[in-house]
Write a protein that binds this ligand. Structure first.
Ligand SMILES: *Cc1c(COP(=O)(O)O)cnc(C)c1O
Length: 460
């Protein structure tokens, strides 16, 4: 065992020439406390019986270790990456890339005071909700709109306000778990509402709902099965029928739509938000950063009187959107006013709409460039693949793509890691022993950057 008395004192580490630069950069207090942390870790190792080399115990080594840790602490963690996975709404990679006008809006309002809650004509306090309210109503046909921090918060708010201490009827086929531990039954419990499950996993009928409604029923709820499909012998109740039942029984009907598309997506039969609103739900909630292609947000559309109730609830203050979200959302929504503009300007929609011929061409160019940069024994080819919408946006929906397939002779995982850690950082997929680069989710100019990333690797 090493003798703990061999550890240098904090002051002698601070006086070491190797500490000078760090002292200047981080200041005495912060650096000394980091030195103290390094020393106490060493002390613990020694006390647990470890025999340490003399090197790490020297004042200079301790100073260097403490400086390195502070350097790491101050390094940027959220950095841009190139998404070569082919998953468009990729939650781990930040879901949606904003349009250039949405990015400009965010940059502008983040660098100045804004009209967030200012009524310019009167100088009185305005409403941040007013920034997007009319736009949302115009685009969707809804009577009223309300925006919160994300869709999970929207669902929590709706249930807390409309159903606390009462019952919410929902089909067993719709007890969804979205990634990140958002589970409908748990959110329901958290809101103080009582879940009443009806039907079975694969089949639920209108009569199941009808029979479950009693004096204590607050809501009928429908949830979009965003990330799974029940197929085979199935039956779910159409929104129209549920809404009409709610009308007969005097029970509001709400829909957690999950994604929410404003315009028809190429090759998809997913109804538009305006079609869904027209069904007559009392409330529809969906995400701002899935198929809409905007910032993280929870968008609620529905009856005015109901929205007023939600707006007045104390929880609203805790989950309201900030000025950056609202700036990005406003700019994103404006694209939908002009025919064709959203599909052109919003990256999510552009990626969804890219044709497979263009992707094949891009993949071929990419493959040729990469083939010239990797060792001969790694074979590079272009093959048809399925890209995914992702983000719980359209589970069974695959898009015909072409991708670069790199057979890295057993080193595909190491290669994927090197690409993630490289500069620029590239996130690729690994499957079937191969590294897959799908150009569908690469932004303009990124194809060349991927080639640069390969050039920067030292491949043996
Ligand atoms: C994605 C999703 C949510 C959560 O939305 P966030 O905006 O991520 O909070 C809730 N419900 C459904 C059905 C979803 O698909």
């Amino acid at each position: 065992m090493t003798d703990p008395r061999r550890l240098p004192a904090v002051h002698s580490v601070l006086e070491d020439p190797d500490a000078e630069h760090a002292l200047q950069r981080w200041g005495r207090e912060r650096f000394a406390s980091q030195v103290g942390a390094v020393l106490s870790e060493l002390r613990e190792q020694i006390q647990s019986g470890a025999t340490l080399e003399a090197g790490p115990l020297e004042a200079a080594s301790v100073a260097k270790e403490a400086a390195a840790r502070l350097q790491l602490l101050g390094a940027r963690r959220q950095i841009p990456v190139i998404n070569a996975t082919g998953v468009i709404v990729h939650t781990n990679l930040g879901r949606s890339v904003l349009s250039s006008s949405a990015r400009r809006a965010v940059a502008e309002v983040s660098g100045s005071y804004t009209t967030l809650e200012l009524d310019r004509p009167t100088g009185q306090r305005g409403s941040r909700q007013g920034l997007v309210h009319d736009l949302l109503c115009h685009l969707s046909g809804a009577e009223a709109a309300l925006v919160v921090n994300n869709n999970a918060a929207a669902v929590l708010l709706a249930l807390s306000v409309l159903a606390r201490g009462r019952e919410v009827v929902i089909s067993r086929g719709q007890l969804v778990e979205i990634g990140g531990s958002f589970r409908i039954p748990d959110v329901m419990r958290e809101s103080g509402a009582r879940l009443v499950e009806v039907g079975t996993t694969n089949r639920t009928h209108l009569d199941d709902y009808r029979r479950a409604v009693g004096p204590n029923t607050a809501l009928l709820m429908e949830v979009h099965p965003s990330n799974y499909r029940i197929t085979g012998f199935t039956a779910q109740v159409a929104g129209e029928d549920l809404v009409s039942l709610g009308g007969q029984l005097g029970v509001p009907v709400i829909l957690d739509l999950g994604s929410g598309v404003m315009e028809h997506l190429p090759g998809s039969d997913e109804p538009r938000v305006s079609d869904v609103v027209a069904v007559g739900y009392d409330l529809v909630a969906f995400s701002g950063d899935k198929a809409l292609g905007g910032p993280q947000a929870g968008i609620m559309l529905g009856r005015g009187e109901l929205m007023d109730q939600l707006r007045a609830h104390p929880l609203m203050r805790a989950i309201r959107p900030d000025k950056l979200q609202l700036a990005a959302l406003e700019a994103t929504l404006v694209h939908y006013l002009v025919p064709g503009e959203a599909a052109r300007e919003i990256p999510t929609l552009r990626m969804l709409g890219t044709g497979s011929a263009e992707l094949q061409q891009r993949a071929s160019r990419l493959a040729a460039a990469i083939a010239s940069l990797v060792p001969q024994r790694m074979s590079v080819s272009v093959e048809p693949v399925d890209s995914r919408v992702g983000g719980g946006a359209a589970p069974e929906r695959y898009l015909d793509s072409y991708a670069v397939m790199l057979d890295a002779a057993g080193r595909e995982s190491a290669l994927a890691t090197a690409l993630r850690l490289g500069s620029p950082a590239v996130v690729a997929r690994v499957a079937g022993g191969r590294l897959i680069l799908d150009p569908r989710t690469m932004l303009p100019g990124e194809d060349e950057q991927v080639v640069e990333a390969f050039r920067a690797l030292t491949l043996r």
